[in-house]
Design a binder for this molecule. Structure first.
Ligand code: G3H
Ligand code: 13P
Ligand code: ZN
Length: 332
C-alpha cells in the first residue's frame, strides 16, 4: 500500500465518525511499535516527526525507518506527516524527503515561541499550501496557541482559537486540516485537576466549515498507571492530569479527526526502561530494555486506536497516491 495523503485519511475519518491518532516518532522502536499497533487493530495511521525528531535522527534516518514500516505493513494506509513545521523551508525539506503531509504552525513565528498576527499566520500558511498542493501533499495549519513547551517549542501561553477568524483562516489559506487551541497543552503537565476543554470552539468552526477536518494537539491523557510505573522504578514525575479519554471522544463526535499524541508514548517507554534497569541492574544489552519499551508503547497505542474508534478501518477505502491528490487539488 502506498503512502497516503493526510487529507484522504481525515476525510474518511470524518465520513466514518472516528478519530485517527497522529503519533510522534524519533527512533526505530517507536516506529515499529506504532506500526504493529496499527496492524494488530487494523487502523489507518498517521506517523509524525517533529523538527526536533528530524534533527535528532539526522533527517534521512527517520524517513527510511518510516518507509521500512510502510513496506512491512502493506495493508495499512499510512500518512507520514511533519509535526509543527515552522517555515516554508522546513515544509519543503520534509516534502522533498517524501512526507505526504506537513503542518505549518504559523500561530508562532519561525522561532516557535513568539505568537504571530492573523495576517502573518495566513501568509506563511498560504505559502506552504501553494508549494504543497501542486505536489499532492496535504497541509495542516493552526490558529491559536497551545500551552506547554516541548524541546523549546511553544509560547508557553494558551490563546484559544477564536471561531470566527478560524473560519476566515480556513478560507484564506486553503488548508486541509485546522488545529484548534481548545485549552490543551503539550507535555506531561497539562492540568492540576480534571479539565473542561472549550468544546464549543469545535462546534462553532464545524458548523461553518463542515468539510474541514479539525485537529486536537496536546491530546495525551497522562495515565496515572503509566506515571506510577515510572515513579515506582526511580522516576520523579510530578502529579498531573492529561486530557481524559471521554473528552477526546466528545471532541471526535464534534469534528476532531486527527488526535496528536506524543507524551503518553514517552511515559510508557520510560516506565518500561526504568523497570528493567531497576529489576535487572546487571543488564547491559540495549535490546533487553528497548524491546520491552517497544512492547509497552505498542500496547498503549493499540488501546488509543480502539478508544479513538480507528480500529477496524484500515481496509475501508482504496488509498490515493499523491498523483491522485494532485488532480483533486488541480480541479478545485
Ligand atoms: O509538539 C510536540 C511534540 O510532542 C514533539 O515534541 O519537539 O520534543 O519532538 P518534540
Ligand atoms: P502531547 O504532548 O499531549 O502528547 O501532544 C503531542 C502533540 O500535540 C504533538 O503535536
Ligand atoms: Zn502539537
Amino acid at each position: 500500500m502506498p503512502l497516503v495523503p493526510l487529507r484522504q485519511i481525515l476525510d474518511e475519518a470524518m465520513k466514518g465518525g472516528y478519530g485517527v491518532g497522529a503519533y510522534n516518532v524519533n527512533n526505530m522502536e517507536q516506529i515499529q511499535a506504532i506500526m504493529s499497533a496499527a496492524a494488530e487493530t487494523k487502523s489507518p495511521l498517521i506517523v509524525q516527526a517533529s523538527r526536533g525528531a528530524l534533527k535528532y535522527s539526522r533527517m534521512g534516518y527517520l524517513w527510511h525507518l518510516m518507509l521500512a514500516g510502510v513496506e512491512e505493513n502493506p495493508d495499512i494506509p499510512v500518512c507520514v506527516h511533519l509535526d509543527h513545521g515552522n517555515s516554508l523551508e522546513t515544509a519543503k525539506e520534509a516534502i522533498e524527503l517524501g512526507f505526504t503531509s506537513v503542518m505549518i504552525d504559523g500561530s508562532l513565528k519561525e522561532d516557535s515561541k513568539t505568537p504571530t498576527t492573523f495576517e502573518e499566520n495566513v501568509a506563511v500558511t498560504r505559502s506552504v499550501v501553494e508549494f504543497a498542493h501542486p505536489l499532492g501533499v496535504s497541509v495542516e495549519g493552526e490558529l491559536g496557541t497551545l500551552g506547554g513547551i516541548e524541546d523549546g517549542v511553544g509560547s508557553g501561553e494558551i490563546h484559544l482559537t477564536d471561531p470566527g477568524p478560524g473560519v476566515d483562516f480556513i478560507n484564506a489559506t486553503g488548508i486541509d486540516a485546522l488545529a484548534l487551541a481548545i485549552g490543551t497543552s503539550h507535555g506531561a503537565y497539562k492540568f492540576k485537576k480534571a479539565p473542561t476543554l472549550a468544546m464549543d470552539i469545535i462546534d462553532k468552526v464545524k458548523a461553518r466549515c463542515p468539510e474541514t477536518p479539525l485537529v486536537m494537539h496536546g491530546s495525551s491523557s497522562v495515565p496515572p498507571e503509566l506515571v506510577a510505573i515510572v515513579n515506582k522504578h526511580g522516576g520523579e514525575m510530578k502529579k498531573s492530569m492529561g486530557v481524559p479519554m471521554e473528552q477526546i471522544q466528545t471532541g471526535i463526535k464534534s469534528g476532531i479527526c486527527k488526535v496528536n499524541v506524543d507524551t503518553d508514548g514517552r511515559i510508557a517507554i520510560t516506565g518500561a526502561i526504568r523497570k528493567v534497569f531497576a529489576e535487572k541492574p546487571e543488564e547491559f544489552d540495549p535490546r533487553k530494555y528497548l524491546g520491552p519499551a517497544r512492547d509497552a508503547l505498542k500496547e498503549v497505542i493499540a488501546g488509543k486506536m480502539r478508544d479513538f474508534g480507528t480500529a477496524g478501518h484500515s481496509g475501508d477505502y482504496r488509498p490515493m497516491s499523491l498523483d491522485d491528490m494532485k488532480k483533486v487539488y488541480a480541479s478545485k
